[in-house]
Design a protein around this ligand. Structure first.
Ligand code: BDR
Ligand code: CA
Length: 299
């Protein structure tokens, strides 16, 4: 299986990339998207992370704003510049095509590509505009997004990635048969940094990613550890940690308090056909083991 990661680093994105790059997954490249910070910052962070992991995978700079509405960023969670840990400036540049074009190029080359989308879905929606046959060229689309079994983290109804660009998310849902890995499971994807050897510079950087939620935010959520949302998607690809169930799904794109909410027809009350799936459970212990082993191997 070949994998393309669409990302907006982001501390949990950083740990997702760590896990993917330390695994046997065949990662063919990365695309960046504005989300946790501006596109300039998320692209710089992606390139700096690949330097940190000693990877020369290609990176394509993606969308700098959502399809329709204004951009919304989350530096208050992930740090100034969108990524804690103070990495050196990257040593290389992105490739000279856009994120959406890169997705289409890799999908055409491969014919059976899997996408892990761990930021807003703008690039994928734009890729669908470029290549209407994209659904036939992709094997699987896994999205970190949605809050079916948990309260929203951006609004009471909506999770941050889907809230950042609901119009793109809705477009993706209409044609790509996506799997949504939402807060109901990702809030349980955690790792106690005390279980790791955090001595040395690399250990200190990884610890910053693992503890990225500010104390006041953790207190508000009533949690001890920072959820590594995005890595749950990758851990499913490496270790099958999630339980997935097919559902009839819809994304609310209307203005109002539910904009960006993922609606899942749990009881089949709409009698609409299933058009995607949601993660209903996570093997949190297995996630901890997988994540812990991957981190130990880069320290
Ligand atoms: C998602 O939003 C971002 O802040 C995280 O990187 C993750 O992709 C969690 O809601
Ligand atoms: Ca992310």
């Amino acid at each position: 299986m070949s994998l393309l990661i669409d990302t907006d680093p982001g501390c949990d994105d950083a740990l997702a990339l760590l896990l993917a790059l330390e695994s046997d997954l065949d990662v063919v490249g990365l695309t960046t998207v504005a989300g946790n910070s501006t596109i300039t910052n998320t692209t710089r962070n992606t390139l700096a992370l690949l330097d940190f992991f000693d990877s020369d995978l290609p990176v394509a700079r993606g969308a700098g704003r959502p399809l329709v509405k204004r951009q919304d960023t989350a530096e208050f969670i992930h740090g100034e510049g969108g990524l804690k840990g103070d990495l050196p400036a990257p040593t290389r540049e992105p490739v000279d095509i856009s994120g959406a074009e890169f997705i289409v190029e890799k999908a055409c080359e491969d014919g059976d590509l899997t996408i892990a989308a761990i930021g807003p879905l703008t690039n994928l929606a734009l890729a669908l505009g470029i290549e209407p046959d994209l659904p036939e060229l992709l094997d699987d689309v896994l999205v970190m997004g949605g809050a079916v079994y948990a309260p929203g983290n951006r609004t009471p109804a909506a999770e941050a990635n889907l809230h950042a660009d609901p119009d793109a998310a809705s477009r993706v849902l209409q044609s790509l048969d996506p799997t949504f890995v939402g807060l109901g499971v990702t809030m349980r994807a955690t790792l106690d940094p005390a279980t790791l050897d955090r001595s040395g510079r690399r250990g200190a950087i990884v610890e910053e990613w693992l503890t990225y939620y500010p104390d006041d935010v953790r207190e508000r959520y009533g949690i001890d550890r920072s959820p590594i949302h995005d890595a749950a998607v990758i851990a499913h690809l490496t270790d099958g940690v999630l339980t997935l169930e097919d559902r009839a799904l819809e994304i609310d794109t209307r203005e109002g308090p539910c904009r960006g909410a993922l609606l899942s027809d749990e009881y089949g009350v709409t009698e609409e056909p299933e058009n995607g799936r949601v993660a209903t459970d996570i093997d949190a212990e297995r996630f901890r083991e997988t994540m812990g082993e991957a981190i130990e191997s880069v320290l």
